[in-house]
Design a protein around this ligand. Structure first.
Ligand SMILES: Nc1nc2c(ncn2[C@@H]2O[C@H](COP(=O)(O)OP(=O)(O)O)[C@@H](O)[C@H]2O)c(=O)[nH]1
Ligand SMILES: [Mg+2]
Length: 440
């Protein structure tokens, strides 16, 4: 078997199975490239009219043909921008394999991972971050991840990035227009440039915060319930899950190891962890071990719920940056400014769920997917804008300001990969598209 070449030969026609596994009812075989029509049409007698689905007998040899639905999408109005034919055939590895090898015998080359999507990018049908969104959508494990990836595919991030790149470019052009006569620049203009720059940098920084929130939303954040023994941690854990998963007992020190379970908070999926109660000294070595594990859990948590009961004096020791919760509110309160819950009466439980989700999402109502590549480029762009601002403030030569703005523009352009192949190197593209499965 010849391995598909990593780099593109734009003239070749490729074939791949576009559906995930061939054991469903239907598999879609996709052919893309200049020879698509010549390769496929003789097998189906005539292609249907463009962009309609029609039934055809697909003759892939001497024997009986397969009944297929055929879609013919002439370029450039197709997914890849090339001539594309999709054959919806009966699934089954053997059946599909026979059809694919017939197409290969007729001259199509087996598509490499992500090659259809890469062609779509190279023909300007998708920007780079949209293509990455497709990979992220296929890999999505949580519904928050699906939502974010779909927004990426829809081009929402790309539009924001392009908008910022345009205004940064306009600002650079305006500053460059003054390079020859910097002494004529009005103080009011410099002030306005500074204000605009601050605003642009803030836009990029806001994306970075949003990326971080998006990442938390995608990766099943760990929410750790901690506090002193007998605070009602296990009872709260069970109440959040809506089932009795951990042992609840009036004997302090009952929970000696941590217990975790998945919990869905509207579109967020989190892992809630019930831990052994924290106290300073204990003679019981198993309990001691449990406390060590609790501390590890706390250290690895995205969010800690620090629980103390209403019937015990405040301790509020161990954990900074925790969401402080007073448990057993049905027994009264000693911490009126904390979020109060009672497992007994159900008081405060819904409010707690809402608060957990809010904390994990951050203040962004709809965070961006924070692919590391986007985060790095946005971060470099923000830094370049910060340098430009610093140069302006120190009345440095305007060339230096313009130079930094040019750096910011190029970093932004790398996110979407606009300007054809522009600033995005072959190595970056190779890395991105090799993550796809074959047929995508
Ligand atoms: N009145 C009251 N008792 C509670 C509440 N939550 C837990 N308890 C009781 O407090 C004791 C310790 O609860 P548990 O969940 O095992 O505490 P943990 O050691 O922090 O895990 C048990 O007897 C529970 O029934 C509550 O909201 N109200
Ligand atoms: Mg417990």
């Amino acid at each position: 078997m010849t391995r598909p070449r990593a780099s593109q030969s734009p003239d070749s026609t490729i074939v791949g199975v576009a559906t995930g596994t061939p054991d469903g009812g239907v598999a879609i075989v996709r052919v893309s490239g200049p020879e698509a029509r010549a390769l496929v049409e003789p097998l189906v007698e005539t292609l249907p009219s463009p962009r309609t689905l029609a039934r055809r007998l697909l003759r892939d040899g001497e024997g009986a043909g397969d009944e297929a639905l055929v879609a013919w999408m002439p370029g450039p109005r197709s997914f890849t921008g090339e001539d594309v034919i999709e054959l919806h055939v009966h699934a089954g590895a053997r059946n599909v394999g026979r059809i694919v090898s017939t197409l290969q015998q007729r001259g199509a080359r087996a598509a490499g991972p992500g090659e259809f999507t890469r062609r779509a990018f190279e023909h300007g049908r998708l920007s780079l971050e949209q293509a990455e969104g497709i990979a992220a959508l296929i890999a999505a494990r949580t519904s928050a991840a699906i939502d974010q990836a779909r927004r990426l595919v829809a081009g929402e991030l790309g539009r924001e990035v392009e908008a910022l790149r345009t205004v940064v470019g306009d600002l650079r052009a305006e500053i460059e227009a003054n390079l020859d006569f910097p002494e004529d620049v009005a103080a009011g203009d410099v002030r306005r440039w500074r204000e605009e720059l601050m605003q642009h940098e803030a836009t990029a920084r806001a994306w970075l915060r949003s990326f971080a929130a998006g990442q938390r939303a995608r990766e099943r954040a760990r929410v750790v319930i901690a506090g002193p023994p007998n605070a009602g941690k296990s009872a709260l854990f069970n109440a959040l899950l809506g089932r009795s998963r951990a042992i609840v007992s009036p004997t302090p020190g009952t929970t000696r190891d941590y217990v975790e379970a998945e919990l869905q908070l509207d579109s967020l999926e989190v892992v809630v962890v019930d831990t052994a109660g924290l106290r300073h000294a204990t003679d019981d070595s198993i309990e001691h071990e449990g406390i060590g594990r609790s501390r590890e859990q706390i250290a690895g948590a995205e969010l800690v719920l620090w629980l103390e009961p209403a019937d015990v004096d405040p301790l509020d020791a161990a954990v900074s940056e925790a969401l402080r919760v007073e448990s057993k509110r049905d027994l009264g309160t000693r911490r009126p400014d904390w979020l109060g819950v009672s497992v007994q009466t159900g008081e405060g439980l819904e409010g707690l769920r809402v608060e957990i989700a809010r904390k994990l999402r951050g203040d962004e109502s709809a965070p961006w997917i924070g692919l590391a590549r986007h985060r790095d480029r946005a971060s470099e762009a923000a830094s370049a804008m910060a340098s430009a601002l610093a140069q302006l403030e120190r009345a440095a030569p305007l060339e230096l300001v313009a130079f930094e703005l040019g750096v910011a523009e190029r970093q932004l352009a790398e996110i979407t990969g606009r300007d054809a192949l522009g600033p995005v190197g072959e190595e970056v593209l190779g890395r991105i598209f090799s993550q796809f499965c074959i047929g995508k």
